[in-house]
Design a binder for this molecule. Sequence first.
Ligand code: AR6
Length: 168
Amino acid sequence: MQLHAVQADITTLAVDAIVNAANRSLLGGGGVDGAIHRAAGPELLVACRALNGCRTGQVKLTPGFRLPAKYVIHAVGPVWHGGGQGEAALLADCYRNSVTLAMAQGCASLAFPAISTGVYGYPVEAAAEIAIAIVRAAAMEPLAEVIFCCFSAADHMLYQRLLGRLPR
Ligand code: AR6
């Protein structure tokens, strides 16, 4: 399994599935969620309405509609409250459940944004360590490639360092 980091807008990636950093309503929002809904088109909101929301740490699947990605896996990350409210376990659940769902759908390639590290305030490095550890442990056949899609150059450098591509 190949694991790598790119700096990109996740809506441009031609992978089997992209993960959305959604909220429990699954009815859209700002950040990467807003970008995914804009790029996928209004059919995505219609599909999301039928899902009746999603609990924190859990994931739900829709088609990608007008996106180059075949599927969107909507994951609800935890809001950061200082770390004492189970945030790490809930973030790990997002990554594990996304990988499991992607494999069940037969996906060979999957891209993640940095879930919870924007509006939800999760510290970026702590979140990246969880993301990498969980994906390394959980991803197997048929998932051959997992991409950490970073929006900023700083996040990209951080992921590259944690993946062992840059010296500390
Ligand atoms: N491609 C890749 N990454 C992106 C993109 C993009 N187009 N746009 C932003 N990011 P956030 P959260 C990065 O706030 O913290 C929404 O309103 C961003 O720089 O999108 O999980 C939802 O509806 C950051 O690194 O998600 C929820 O209410 C990362 O994506 C809430 O925000 C996550 O930032 C979820 O908050």
